[in-house]
Design a protein around this ligand. Sequence first.
Ligand code: AFP
Length: 281
Amino acid sequence: MQEIFQAIKRSAAKIAEAIHQEERGYSHKKNSSGEQQLKLDILSDEIIENELGAVSSVKVLASEEKSEPMLINGGGRYLIGYDPLDGSSLVDVNLSVGSIFGIYEESFDAPNLIAAAYVVYGPRVEMVISTVKAERFLLSDGEFSFVEELSLGEKGKINAPGGTQKEWFAHHKELIDSLFKEGYRLRYSGGMVPDLHQILVKKGGLFSYPGTQDRPKGKLRKVFEVFPFAHVFEKAGGYAIDDRGERILSQRVNNVHETTPCFFGSKYEIETVKRFYERTK
Ligand code: AFP
């Protein structure tokens, strides 16, 4: 699997360069979710496909930017689901964005996720890899150097509430308000990768992207976004659950573009989510 992480590191360095040099603007294409694709979306996807597609152990690639998974090598072992440039619309307002990778065996069901990685393109380029633990790396002089092992505490101070607030269900609004009443600080950029990275580095808090009245299954994609971050959070001693209070990593998928409500955080916050959501059962 090390050859996969090396390919991801090479991709990250190239995408970081593209973000700072490539022209902005939208292409004439749309992705499978019907979203207009930025030229950077397409370029990032091409960079990753070229790097990972050359790794002999890779069997299938599934990109958020493509409607169907691609068979790369029938004799390969790993299936990789990835979001090449999550939050890409934030580049034009100079906010941090990221790439997210899930490494699966046999299928894209969460129980078959064996490792995950993400890259944050911000003031610095950082990468986190989760296998048996979650490890943070910093890109400097073209190389990723180890920084620390990520480890969440029991409780944090950050509240990152996603989704359109006027579409929140009442019990979700009560949950979010209760944390602010406890003194939690609002930290939400609209970029899943930096918003979750901040909670991991600050050792606690809650990120939520709930089911809403207009999007009961939430917005974030299981295979490309939610499962990989659930893996990172659990390896960092945190938790990741859905709106039924079940572990995200027990979920299965029928289509790689499925979404799920999701909550990521330290112990106290996830127990609080369960308390407010159990009232609705
Ligand atoms: P884009 O990739 O369309 O910019 O969306 C980013 C994202 O999928 C994820 O990175 C954020 O957590 C989430 O959307 C923010 O969504 P809201 O703007 O609805 O809170």
